[in-house]
Write a protein that binds this ligand. Structure first.
Ligand code: FAD
Length: 395
């Protein structure tokens, strides 16, 4: 039998983490091949941030990540920071801007980021093989053999950068988790994160008039809270604040909504009543909320009366309905629309300094496949850049 072609590093997955890792390993003089079953590299980069890629967050820090071991990400995030990636974008001349809350987006197309990475890979001597299905991975005396539909490759280091399960339509698979299990690494249970939440049919019917209404709200789950946009949809609730809380929410849990956070609704309604008792409650409330939302709440809490007809108790009920709304989502839209996958390769089996498997020399896991999941806002790409960069120094 002929010996398989041999390289130093095989990276599986040409996404953000895999490309970054391959570039860095290539710059160290390692012979690197990146394999991906997709037809194009960096597809999630291309579609991210509405096509403008929220490529990092200026303030990325470990507290913006969920993991069974929240301290695991510290080392990589410190060694390759948001500033490091910004400097890379600047060297390349890719224009960017800060949108809100430290979130940095390209001024132009996200494709520029993909092109930067694939150019850098080529310059570093790395090779990209697309449309390549992986058919088997074996350990060998001096590393691994990776069988593909187009032949077998031997390598000393194998980097799994195959991402999570989100958006299967784009080629997301549970591949990385299967590899981890095969090599004896534990997994943290996976579930969709940064995903819209759904409501039961009765709630949906009641809230149907609100489809399309957006507010700057506050959404809480226990002590965790996010103050960002909140959107009512035909299926339930969406918008940044809901996506953020979805990563903390578990089935059966309640969430609390404040639709006019910071406003003393009771005091404002009382003032309105004193100033003009003949106005309708909906007119008064519409100073604080979109009209349709004000209508739904006052229909339910007050009926067709004037403000003057409402007692303090009734005004407090409206206040409570606006800023103390508690509701129980029935589920989420699932991996079909989730931006990330929570859980994944248990960090207990990985060395945080290198991203290598502790018990399997030469095997690395980077990016979303690892049990490190960021908030919405550029944090997930920063984890992909940081973890990929770190593994690229050792693989
Ligand atoms: C719609 C959307 C928008 C997003 N927007 C943002 C954003 O603006 N900012 C942000 O920080 N994060 C964003 N994210 C999250 C971010 O895209 C991911 O966290 C990030 O891409 C993870 O990088 P990765 O390299 O680990 O995995 P991926 O980018 O998912 O790359 C994995 C690669 O592995 C390949 N692969 C998978 N299985 C196999 C297999 N069996 N064989 C061969 N190849 C395989 C895939 O084809 C893919 O190319 C968004 C996600 C989505 C879905």
């Amino acid at each position: 039998m002929s010996r398989p072609a041999s390289v130093d590093v095989v990276v599986i997955g040409a996404g953000a983490a895999g490309l970054m890792c391959a570039i860095e390993a290539g710059r160290r003089g390692r012979r690197v091949v990146v394999l991906d079953h997709a037809r194009a590299p960096g597809e999630k980069i291309r579609i991210s941030g509405g096509g403008r890629c929220n490529f990092t967050n200026r303030d990325a820090a470990p507290r913006h990540y969920l993991s069974a071991n929240p301290g695991f990400a510290i080392s990589a995030l410190k060694r390759y920071t948001a500033q490091d990636f910004i400097a890379r974008m600047d060297r390349r001349g890719i224009a960017w801007h800060e949108k809100t809350l430290g979130q940095l987006f390209c001024d132009g197309s996200a494709r520029q980021v993909v092109e930067m990475l694939t150019d850098e890979l080529r310059e570093a001597g790395g090779e990209l093989r697309l449309s390549t299905a992986i058919t088997g991975i074996e350990r060998s005396a001096d590393g691994f053999t990776v069988a593909t539909a187009n032949g077998t490759l031997a390598c000393a280091s194998l980097v799994i950068a195959s991402g999570g399960k989100s958006i299967p339509k784009m080629g997301a698979t549970g591949f990385g988790y299967e590899v981890a299990e095969r090599f004896g690494l534990a997994l943290q249970p996976t579930r969709p994160g940064l995903v819209p939440l759904t409501l039961d049919p009765a709630q949906l019917e009641r809230l149907a008039p609100l489809a399309g209404v957006a507010v700057e709200g506050r959404v809480s789950h226990g002590k965790t809270r996010f103050e960002e946009g909140l959107l009512f949809t035909h299926r339930g609730l969406s918008g940044p604040a809901i996506l953020q809380i979805s990563s903390y929410w578990r089935e059966g849990d309640e969430i609390a909504l404040a639709l006019a956070p910071g406003a003393d609704v009771f005091a404002q309604l009382r003032e309105a009543r004193a100033a003009n008792g003949r106005q309708s409650p909906v007119t008064a409330l519409a100073n604080l909320l979109p009209k349709r939302l004000a209508q739904l709440i006052t229909d339910r809490e007050a009926g067709a009366v004037n403000l003057a007809d409402l007692s303090d108790k009734a005004l407090r009920r409206i206040d409570e309905a606006v800023n103390g709304w508690r509701l129980k989502p029935t589920g989420s839209e699932g991996y079909r629309t989730a931006e990330v996958t929570l859980g994944g390769v248990d960090t207990a089996g990985l060395d945080s300094r290198t991203l290598a498997a502790r018990e399997v020399p030469g095997l690395y896991f980077v990016g979303e496949v690892v049990d490190v999941t960021g908030w919405l806002g550029g944090y997930n790409f920063q984890w992909a850049w940081s973890s990929g960069w770190v593994a690229g120094q050792f693989a």
